[in-house]
Ligand binder design. Sequence first.
Ligand code: ZN
Length: 242
Amino acid sequence: MKLRRAPIESLEVDDLVFAVRWSRRRRTIGISVAREGGLRVLAPVGVPARKLESAVRAKLPWVHRKLAEFESLGPPPPRPRFVDGERLPYLGRTFRLALVDAAERPNAPVALRRGRFEMARDLDGEARAAFVRWYTERARARLGARVARYAPLVGATPAGVVVRDLGVRRWGVCDGRTRVVSFHWELVLQPPAIVDYVVVHELAHLLEPNHGPRFWRRVAAVMPDWKRRRGALSGGGHRHTI
Ligand SMILES: [Zn+2]
């Protein structure tokens, strides 16, 4: 009788070690690189190890590129503390936070008023969540308006605009099947010119799914200075978070 070998939990390819996550639902082999450097292989149950290895090998140039990219970003910026006087970003600027008595902010715990953020004093552990809600609401309003402005110029109207958390690597995403464009709520921490670039980029994807020359021609037709804007977006210092 042959012993069945337990599925492997990690895979070493050259000098890199990948954690292997087996999934019953997956049909294809996936590879991911986290900003902190974590490497993962997502594998359908039953795929032999040598097949995993050859899939990883084929993607090694991409993995190295990603690792270099994250390296150049440096460590993620420190999270702000929600204390009096802390500076918090919005549309490329920063505004000081003033803690106010809860009675002054009965309806919404966070507001931007008279050039400063106001937050109810007693939020404690809820402060970040309250700010995320505030940014998400602002992002919905702003991105809705900017999509409405740029859609006729690009020549593509999405079926819907969604604002949500897209993780640490994406600012926007376009679903070619549903024709819904989604944006990260953190986009409203960026300057308006950058927000608009991401809007035009995702709208152009409704017409051209890939980043080929035709895609960039469409972006350039609406936004001739797209390269400068994109450069500012990928430049490390601009990835604010809260
Ligand atoms: Zn794209």
